[in-house]
Design a protein around this ligand. Structure first.
Ligand code: URA
Length: 242
């Protein structure tokens, strides 16, 4: 397909406007600037505009949600509690949460109608990092180094030993923990196991995405560039668009 047509199909701009964007040198194919609107694009080489990846035929959506306490992250709750899916107004789109957060955990959860992407983002094989901030103990008492080391190296839980984790004490009693696996209530069980039960837990990042300044209770649809970064985070190395 001609490059200008490809950009128009991908929703970048009208065909005419796409030709102008190409002429301005803003489009790269496989990393090289291309100024010929008739250049053939077959979908095997990444196309970007102003450095943002462009994909065609991708009508799937991904939303980032800042989940408040008390909202459940299943698609439907048996006790009629509000769900993260209820928080997004996307008529005609069947969205599913990517993984789970406990009802009393706040923070970043993704919703998508792309089942394949959701599976890959949560599959242990891709080891997509998830970053949490956990407040443990009360009164700002620091967690001793020995407990931090155990959390980092792996803790024996009833479903097996946890994989190595990134752990930093942001301030006394507040830990930033990065997991590359996702078992049920994992952070809470790990912290309890080392003698420092969690009383507040927030997820602040998932793969390349951070909660940033998205306020609690708010949602936003990811941009195509953000979706591409997510896809790259859960792609075999030779398929990442870099
Ligand atoms: N670990 C937990 O214990 N709870 C969550 O909600 C997420 C990770």
């Amino acid at each position: 397909m001609r490059l200008a047509k490809y950009l128009a199909h991908a929703g970048v701009a009208s065909r005419r406007a796409a030709e102008a964007i190409i002429a301005d040198g803003r489009v790269r194919i496989g990393g090289d600037v291309v100024t010929d609107p008739a250049r053939d694009v077959d979908g095997t080489v990444p196309v970007s505009v102003d450095g943002n990846a462009v994909a065609i035929g991708d009508d799937k959506t991904v939303w980032i949600v800042h989940k408040p306490r008390g909202v459940v992250s299943t698609a439907k709750d048996t006790h009629d509690r509000p769900t993260v899916v209820d928080m997004v107004d996307a008529p005609g789109t069947r969205l599913y949460p990517v993984g789970r957060l406990d009802a009393d955990t706040t923070g970043l959860i993704l919703l998508t109608d792309d089942g394949d992407l959701a599976n890959r983002l949560t599959h242990p094989r891709y080891e997509v990092p998830k970053v949490y901030v956990a407040s443990v103990g009360r009164g700002g008492i620091a967690v001793p180094d020995q407990a931090l080391r155990r959390l980092r190296e792996g803790v024996q839980l009833d479903d097996g030993r946890t994989a190595p984790a990134g752990v930093r004490q942001l301030k006394p009693g507040v830990l930033e923990i990065t997991l590359r696996e996702g078992r049920k209530r994992q952070i809470k069980r790990m912290c309890t196991e080392v003698g420092h039960p969690v009383h507040r837990l927030q997820r602040v990042a998932f793969g390349p995405l951070r909660l940033g300044d998205l306020r609690e209770g708010k949602v936003r649809r990811l941009t195509p560039a953000e979706v591409q970064r997510l896809r790259d985070a859960a792609a075999p190395p030779d398929r990442a668009s870099g």
